[in-house]
Write a protein that binds this ligand. Structure first.
Ligand code: SF4
Length: 94
């Protein structure tokens, strides 16, 4: 399983989740210039260890376990995974 950042992140992009994540699974890093190029943050499902630390850290309640994503953001799991599948995304540097 993985956790998922829904589109509720858009407009906030608070970095508390990134600070809370022990697995560096949340991208892009706020320390990288690419951070400004993305409207929300994303969780890499291959890096997430399902610890749940990011969920309560989010001030806008944008993060859910993948099996609890609200219907209004039903595509969020795929949106997160697709971010890391994109050839333009170099997660090693994000
Ligand atoms: S559940 Fe844990 S490992 Fe996964 S993104 Fe959240 S803080 Fe990181």
């Amino acid at each position: 399983m993985t956790y998922v950042i829904t589109q509720a992140c858009i407009g906030s992009k608070d970095t508390a989740c990134w600070d809370a994540c022990p697995a560096d699974a949340i991208h892009p890093s706020p320390n990288k210039s690419e951070f400004a190029d993305h409207e929300q943050m994303y969780i890499d499902p291959t890096e997430c260890i399902d610890c749940g630390a990011c969920e309560p850290a989010c001030p806008v309640e944008a993060i859910y376990p993948e099996d609890e994503v609200p219907d209004e953001w039903a595509d969020a799991t795929a949106v997160n995974a697709d971010f890391f599948a994109s050839p333009a995304c170099n997660t090693a540097s994000n």
